[in-house]
Each structure stands twice: as structure tokens, then as C-alpha cells.
Design a binder for this molecule. Structure first.
Ligand SMILES: *Cc1c(COP(=O)(O)O)cnc(C)c1O
Length: 385
């Protein structure tokens, strides 16, 4: 057993990140200065999108994308239950209705066929989530969206650096959202980004981020004088600071190195666990490369004499910081109390019963990885039947 607790995820900051932040602290602009623009430009370039809008956090990114998509009362938006609540909450913020489509039992991502079954005359958008970092089946989702005139907002909080059929996640759909929370690929403390190739959506995202206010003369209806600005929509103060953007820019330089290490660790796990009878390793679809935000195993209840909870608790006792991603969103009391009691997504619920998230972050040492492997094997063997 380890003598220190190993968390499931954490940031990696070095002295150059600290210096980048200090430089902004000593400059003229703490917020909405030149570093925001620099970070946006570099991020857009990294994911192969025309535009990027830095924003307060990943949840605000989703909220902004729903606003820009024009989601409102009476609109339905299809998403997955196996995600962080924010992927559905953003629809509620705009007065729309989230509709849950079940996952594919192999990839754990939203199943395009299940999306198709839930499209109605009210459906306005789809929010696929690249769960664990593995890209969703974007060809099929894009085709459905084209056919039914739907907007696609990819939640890529797990998928910085992932690619799908030769294209980076971030430049594929109408909009893609990212999070820079400390457990994600790169961090700004709190932070997020929306990428798009549409100038029109880009303008709406900028408005929404700052109160719905523009100072761009070419976009204004009136002009009372040099002081004049216009509020054209009901936006929020969702701005990111230059302090955060400096950290993001510094972190982005290391994104490829971080990702390579995530992939290396995932490979070590898969190699160690492939022949392990008590668990199922994550299936990876051809034609894409995961961002490996999470490494999820499913325990095989048919090979164990206990449930997932016992395995989980015993791993915690071994100082392995396991986690479970996610409780199906509609199972939360808020959703149960607001019209979702009748929803059942069989694959999602089955996945939830068996899933365990193992520690995975770039700063993990090989010894940490070996500790996890040893503990998982040990706990599974002890509870085998
Ligand atoms: C982290 C996360 C978010 C929210 O990002 P925050 O920056 O924490 O607001 C949204 N969706 C998914 C899938 C996430 O993992």
C-alpha cells in the first residue's frame, strides 16, 4: 500500500508558469488586456479553429454556446446522461429542455442512433460530450444535424488535443467548448474556451461574455459620441482575466507533452489490465485518438463476489484516489424533481453501476502508475469468485 494519497487528477505547474502570471501582475492590465487575445489566438491555432473566445469557466463556455445557438423556451437539446451536470444545465439556463440519449455500451459516448430516435420538431441542438477524451462519432452526428437543421455544440472539456479522423477536436462543429479546471489537460485555475469557425457565432459569443455590450462602432445602431457603447443582448460578466490567460498561454506550450504523457499512462494501464478477469478496459474506436482525460474501468460483477462500492472503498483504503464519472445527470434530485423521473437510459445506468475512474494526470510518476496497477489487481483478486 502507498503511504501517500494519490489523487485522480491534478495540475502541473512549473516556475515558467509562475513567472508568466507574475509578469501580468506587474503590467497595466489585469483583465481584458493583450494576453487574452494572445491566448485565444494560440488556442484557436492549436485546435484548428478560426475563432476562440476565452471565458470564465467551462460551464460559462457551454452557457455562451447555447446562447449563441439561440436556445430558448420550447427548444429541446439532446445530450448524454454520462457527463458532468453542466452539459445539460446550460440548456436549462437558456430556458430550453435537455433530452437525454443513451450511451453506446462500448465507447460510453452518446449513441447517434439514440440521438436519432429523440429528434422531434422542437429539437434545436445536440451537445455531444467527448467522454474521457474519446471523440464521439462526429460523422454520424454531423449528418443527423445537417438533415434536421440542428446546431452541434461539442463539449470537449475532456478532449483537448484529441483528434477525430485526422481533424483536431475544436474545429469540427458549429461550436466546441473547453474547460481549464485544474484536473483538465491545461489549467487557468478556473477558465474555459469556445471555438468556432463562424464569424456570426463568434460575435454573439463575444457579446454574451461581457453583458451583451459592444464597443465596436461598426456593429452599433446609434452613436452619441466617443463614450458611447451599446448593450444589444442580455449577457453576463463571464470574462477571463489576463492573469488566467497568461497561465493558460504558458500551459498551452506544454499541452502536447502533457497529452503524450497521458497517452503513455493509459497504455501502461491497458497493457497491465487487458488480461485481468475482473474488469473491462476502455475500448478505443478506430480513426480517432483520445485526449485521455480519464481512464475508466468497469468492474465485472459476474466475476466478483461484491459490488463496485466495495472495490472502490478498498482502493481508497490503499490510498488510490479513485472516482466515478458520472452519476447519470437525470438521476440527480434536481432533475428528478423537475420532470425526469420517467427517464431511463439502460446502458448509462449499467455503466454507472460498474464504473471506476483511476488516477491519470501527466505528473504521475511510473511508480504511481505501478502502485495503481498493483492495488487494482490485488483488490480484484481478493474479491474474485
Ligand atoms: C469540467 C467539465 C465541465 C465544466 O467545466 P468547468 O470549467 O468546471 O465549469 C463541463 N463538461 C464536462 C464534461 C466537464 O468535464
Amino acid at each position: 500500500m502507498r503511504d501517500t494519497f494519490l489523487p485522480y487528477g491534478r495540475q502541473w505547474l512549473d516556475e515558467d508558469d509562475v513567472q508568466a502570471v507574475v509578469k501580468v501582475l506587474q503590467s497595466d492590465y489585469l483583465t481584458t488586456g493583450p494576453v487574452i487575445a494572445e491566448f485565444e489566438k494560440a488556442f484557436a491555432q492549436y485546435v484548428g479553429a478560426k475563432y476562440a473566445v476565452a471565458i470564465a469557466n467551462g460551464t460559462a463556455a457551454l452557457h455562451a454556446a447555447c446562447f449563441a445557438a439561440g436556445i430558448g423556451e420550447g427548444d429541446e437539446v439532446i445530450t448524454t446522461p454520462i457527463t458532468f451536470a453542466a452539459s445539460a444545465n446550460c440548456v436549462l439556463y437558456c430556458g430550453g429542455t435537455p433530452v437525454f440519449a443513451d450511451i453506446d455500451a462500448r465507447t460510453y459516448n452518446i449513441d447517434p442512433e439514440e440521438i436519432r430516435k429523440r429528434i422531434t420538431g422542437k429539437t434545436k441542438a445536440i451537445i455531444p460530450v467527448h467522454f474521457t477524451g474519446q471523440p464521439c462519432e462526429m460523422d454520424k452526428i454531423t449528418e443527423l444535424a445537417r438533415k434536421h437543421n440542428l446546431i452541434v455544440i461539442e463539449d470537449a472539456a475532456h478532449a483537448v488535443g484529441a483528434d477525430y479522423k485526422g481533424r483536431m477536436v475544436g474545429g469540427i462543429s458549429d461550436m466546441t467548448t473547453f474547460s481549464f479546471h485544474p484536473v483538465k489537460h491545461i489549467t487557468t485555475g478556473e477558465g474555459g474556451m469556445i471555438t468556432t469557425n463562424s464569424e456570426e457565432l463568434y460575435r454573439r459569443l463575444l457579446l454574451f461574455r461581457s453583458h451583451g455590450i459592444t464597443r465596436d462602432k461598426s456593429l452599433m445602431q446609434g452613436n452619441h459620441g466617443p463614450w458611447y457603447y451599446e448593450q444589444q443582448a442580455l449577457g453576463y460578466n463571464y470574462r477571463m482575466t489576463d492573469i488566467q490567460a497568461a497561465l493558460g498561454l504558458s500551459q498551452l506550450k506544454k499541452a502536447d507533452r502533457f497529452l503524450a504523457r497521458r497517452r503513455e499512462i493509459a497504455e501502461m494501464y491497458t497493457r497491465a489490465f487487458t488480461d485481468c478477469p475482473g474488469l473491462i478496459v476502455p475500448y478505443q474506436q478506430d480513426g480517432c485518438h483520445s485526449g485521455w482525460h480519464l481512464y475508466m474501468i468497469q468492474v465485472r460483477l459476474d466475476r466478483l463476489s461484491c459490488d463496485r462500492r466495495k472495490i472502490y472503498e478498498e482502493l481508497l483504503q490503499e490510498n488510490i484516489g479513485v472516482n466515478v464519472h458520472y452519476i447519470p445527470v437525470y438521476k440527480h434530485p434536481y432533475y428528478q424533481d423537475n420532470g425526469y423521473q420517467a427517464v431511463t437510459c439502460r446502458n448509462s445506468e449499467q455503466f454507472y453501476e460498474r464504473a471506476i475512474t483511476l488516477p491519470l494526470f501527466p505528473k504521475m510518476a511510473n511508480q504511481d502508475v505501478q502502485d495503481v496497477i498493483r492495488s487494482v489487481k490485488h483488490v480484484l483478486e481478493r474479491n474474485g469468485k
